[in-house]
Design a protein around this ligand. Structure first.
Ligand code: AMP
Length: 304
């Protein structure tokens, strides 16, 4: 099943305790699209500026991402810069320049208007809503957001969430969104806003999936070397929704498998800057890390 993703395609400047990179290819939709492309056909809606050369399209083209909804507009590409704290779980945004995003009017190509799975990656919630308005009765609508929009556009965000089936956010974001510190309470409060499934990404502490009466918890893959956590959340979402789009039955087994595949993609994402690692994954690398997750979390009965 195809996935339509709308979000940012960006230039990022990132500093981590292990290195720094200037104006590298990033953005919420970019990391998502490349990660999801391993599981499902991906259709990308985003805007870039005149400073975005064709060379930056190569990772998307190589991964078969459909770029018919990527618009190049007069002005500069969205720019974000951030610095990670020593724990790598917290970061401070230094600068967000909306640039061409400020007056982007997204148009979903006619042929994409019945795409079954929609991912509204982190971007202005009014823009997320305008994309959703153009898709007719999708089987699944998922969304992400971040502090910038939770603070900047709270009413738009609440309106959007009432139309969303699945919310994927990190722990800090769900606390900020709901005003609840306890994550179980925060997930309940988030579900009261609309989404029936809530996924809380917790960086190196893994992920919690709240679905029906079930809660599923998975650790992050213990890595010796994390180069840059940027985009880990979007890569998780790509693996997760890609896996769901692959098998839309959506029983508990499917949600669990999706959470593992999301974690696999996120674990590769953080091994390099930009899309450098996830754009070149072999099927055996995905399979091997999936099995490593099975080993990591397997345990026997309480008593033999
Ligand atoms: P993540 O690390 O998964 O939260 O995503 C990081 C990506 O989000 C970076 O590549 C940024 O370009 C992008 N980003 C940062 N701030 C924003 C924002 N306010 N709206 C949309 N995308 C953003």
């Amino acid at each position: 099943m195809a996935i339509l993703v709308a979000g940012t395609v960006a230039f990022d400047s990132v500093r981590t305790p292990f290195g720094a990179a200037e104006r590298i290819l990033g953005g919420s939709a970019a990391h998502f699209a490349v990660a999801a492309s391993y599981f499902a056909p991906v259709r990308l809606i985003a805007v870039v500026g005149e400073d975005f050369g064709d060379e930056h399209l190569v990772p998307f083209r190589e991964r078969g991402v459909d770029l018919a909804g990527l618009k190049r507009q007069a002005g500069k590409t969205f720019f974000w810069s951030g610095v990670y704290h020593d724990n790598l779980n917290d970061r401070t945004t230094l600068e967000t320049q909306l640039n061409v995003l400020a007056d982007f009017d997204p148009v979903v190509p006619e042929a994409w208007r019945s795409t079954p799975v929609v991912f509204l990656a982190n971007v202005d919630p009014d823009l997320q809503a305008r994309v959703l308005d153009q898709v007719s009765r999708p089987a699944l609508v998922a969304a992400d957001t971040m502090n910038f929009w939770i603070e900047g556009k709270p009413e738009s965000l609440r309106r959007l969430l009432s139309r969303v089936d699945l919310l994927l956010v990190n722990d800090g974001e769900i606390r900020q969104l709901t005003g609840r510190f306890n994550l179980v309470e925060a997930a309940e409060a988030a579900r009261a806003l609309g989404p029936s499934v809530v996924v809380v990404k917790r960086g190196e502490h893994g992920v919690l999936v709240f679905e029906g009466d079930a809660v599923f918890a998975l650790p992050a893959f213990p890595l010796r070397r994390v180069v840059d956590p940027t985009g880990a959340g979007d890569a998780f979402a790509g693996g997760f929704l890609g896996a769901i789009a692959e098998r839309i039955d959506r029983g508990e087994r499917d949600w669990r498998r999706a959470a593992v595949l999301g974690s696999v993609l996120a674990s590769y994402q953080v091994e390099a800057f930009s899309l450098d690692r996830i754009r070149r994954l072999g099927p055996e690398e995905i399979r091997d890390r999936f099995r490593a997750f099975q080993d990591l979390t397997r345990f026997g009965p309480l008593a033999d």
